[in-house]
Design a protein around this ligand. Structure first.
Ligand SMILES: [Zn+2]
Ligand SMILES: [Zn+2]
Length: 136
């Protein structure tokens, strides 16, 4: 890990800005069906922090929550630009797309946030041919 102590993310319109403190609990590609169902994506490139490590720096009034009717997951999105800024999982961690974080850093994800593995790979709908370990 580098000496970077916190990270930032914002939505496309810039109304919402959040910071995430310290090293993420997860950095990887999630192939589970819950991410697919919540976000309508083939797999999710994630950095996740515990909820108490995440602070809304601005735009609290623009944050909208969507509780999925069947999953123990929420989406947090911007009322102005519609960007999903993060989602929660069953452990109530805050799960951020690496792509959204990278936007904050001019398209370059901080290197220590890069994925170290694929997980729930047995549930995948897309094969990924890379060097990273694949966990079920
Ligand atoms: Zn926005
Ligand atoms: Zn998932």
């Amino acid at each position: 890990m580098s000496n970077i102590e916190s990270y930032k993310v914002n939505c496309s319109c810039g109304k919402i800005e959040m910071s995430m403190e310290g090293a993420p609990r997860v950095r990887g590609f999630c192939h589970c069906e819950d991410c697919r169902e919540l976000l309508n994506i083939p797999y999710h490139s994630v950095n996740a922090w515990e909820n108490n490590k995440v602070t809304t720096l601005k735009g609290h009034e623009y944050i909208r929550e969507y509780q999925h009717p069947n999953l123990n997951m929420k989406k947090f999105y911007c009322s102005e630009c519609g960007d999903t800024i993060c989602n929660s999982n069953a452990m109530d961690w805050r799960v951020f797309s690496q792509l959204l974080i990278a936007k904050y850093y001019n398209g370059n994800l901080p290197i220590e946030l890069n994925s170290e593995s694929h997980f729930f790979y047995d549930r995948r709908i897309i094969d990924v041919d890379d060097e990273l370990p694949k966990h079920s």
